[in-house]
Design a protein around this ligand. Sequence first.
Ligand code: HEM
Length: 119
Amino acid sequence: MSQTVYREIGGREAIENVVEDFYSAVLADDQLVDYFEGMDMHALRAHQVQFISSVTGGPVEYAGADMREAHAHLDIDEADFDAVGTHLERALRENGVAEDAVTGIMSKVEGLKAPIIGA
Ligand code: HEM
C-alpha cells in the first residue's frame, strides 16, 4: 500500500505546526481577523488539525461540524476564502510539505469553496 500523504508530510506533529502557523498568519491579516473575533481558537485549531489529518488519510476522524454549516453564519466572500487558502498554502510550504502534497491538499480545499462561501 502506498504511504498516505499524512505520513509523508510528517504526521500529527507536522500538521499541528502547519495549523499553528496558518492561524497566526490569518489572525495577523487585517482582511480576515474580524471573522475570528470571539471564536474559541483552541477548539478551532483542534478541529482544523483533525480536518487536515482526515483529508490527508491520517488515522483521525474529523469530529466537527459540516463545512457548509460551520461557515454559514459568517457570510464569507470569495476574496476572503482565497486569502485564507493562500495562508494555508504558505503554511504547508513553510513546514516543508512537498509540492505534490501541497497541490493535492489545495485541490481538496478548492473543492470546499462553494459550501464555505455558501454558493
Ligand atoms: C480554506 C478552507 C477552510 C477550511 C478547511 C476550514 C475549516 C474549518 C473547520 C474544520 C472549522 C471547525 C468547525 C467546527 O468546530 O465544528 C471551521 C470553523 C470556522 N472557520 Fe473555517 N475553514 C476554511 C475556510 C474559512 C474561511 C475562508 C474563513 C473566514 C474568512 C473561516 C472562518 C472560520 C470561523 C470563524 C470558524 C468558527 C465558526 C464558529 O465557531 O462559529 N474558515 N473552519
